[in-house]
Design a protein around this ligand. Structure first.
Ligand code: FAD
Length: 259
């Protein structure tokens, strides 16, 4: 069965990083007045290549639901077909897509959570953060503690840094950590791979819970913390291994792989 195709029209294009050639793209949808999706889902963009073959690629929505609009965060892949097409799009131009798709969404009931990303894997996590901590309207975080651990190679590749820093400054229960795997000499922030810092958060949280007063009321069944991991397969695997080593169960770990 053919899926309905919608027309995404580029409204705004911002460069997030010149060295990484990464863009924040804001679209509106010609056919819809409201685009209904869960934060974290992706759209499938469709285009015909130079050989006349239809190509489809997935892109995570980098925003929370907002009327008939959605944002993408796309970096140019050398020699890649679709990333170049999207990065070269100019305001007013369109791209067909179907969706929303995917199960990389916040589990309910909401628990404490560690969001983990590298590179453009930050896209769906930006959607989560916008939804949990909206600029206007009610906070949806229910007081849960949320950590965002974001890893890149260089400082110039930390996308949306000001946005996440602002949310962290305004919300006591949102913690933002960015770490560089290839920092320059003067870099004063965190260093190393994301899984190292994820391990520290999990251990500190476990120690804190052990020293907390014993709760006599029965806890509802289920987990009290989840991890949401998004990015390339190697990073996703490294974090899943780290968390299982630390005793986490598979159902606590939700992930989206880009390759
Ligand atoms: C669920 C999902 C969500 C995604 N969300 C995003 C997103 O929000 N932003 C985003 O930029 N990308 C995202 N991607 C990746 C995206 O779908 C494409 O794979 C990527 O843009 C490359 O497509 P291309 O047509 O330019 O490259 P292709 O023509 O398909 O490939 C060209 C070459 O690049 C390599 N390659 C493919 N993908 C990548 C990659 N991601 N990084 C490095 N090298 C690669 C291939 O192995 C190949 O050698 C997502 C993928 C999935 C599965």
């Amino acid at each position: 069965m053919d899926r309905p195709l919608f027309t995404a029209r580029l409204q705004q294009k911002l460069m997030l990083s010149a060295p990484a050639e990464c863009y924040h793209l804001e679209f509106s949808i010609d056919e819809l007045s409201h685009f209904d999706f869960a934060p974290g889902q992706f759209v499938s963009c469709v285009a015909v290549d130079e050989r006349g073959k239809s190509q489809t690629r997935a892109y995570s929505v980098a925003s929370a639901p907002r009327a008939n609009q959605f944002d993408l965060c796309v970096n140019r892949v050398e020699g890649g077909f679709f990333s170049n097409l999207l990065c070269d799009l100019e305001p007013g131009q369109t791209i067909p897509f179907h969706g929303p798709h995917g199960l990389f969404t916040l589990r309910q009931p909401l628990t404490d959570a560690i969001f983990i990303a590298t590179g453009t894997g930050i896209a769906p996590l930006r959607g989560f953060v916008e939804w949990l901590f909206p600029e206007s309207g009610d906070d949806r975080s229910q007081g849960r503690t949320i950590w965002l651990v974001y890893g890149t190679r260089h400082e110039t590749e930390i996308y949306y840094q000001k946005y996440f820093q602002k949310v962290a400054a305004e919300r006591h229960n949102f913690h933002y950590l960015s770490t560089l795997s290839r920092p320059h000499e003067g870099w004063e922030g965190l260093r190393g791979y994301v899984q190292q810092h994820v391990g520290e958060i999990v251990t500190a949280r476990a120690n804190q819970n052990h020293s907390a007063p014993v709760i006599t009321v029965a806890e509802p069944a289920g987990f009290d913390v989840h991890a949401y991991i998004c990015g390339l397969n190697d990073m996703v695997s490294a974090n899943r291994s780290k968390l299982t080593e630390l005793g986490w169960q598979r159902k606590q770990i939700i992930f989206e792989r880009y390759d």
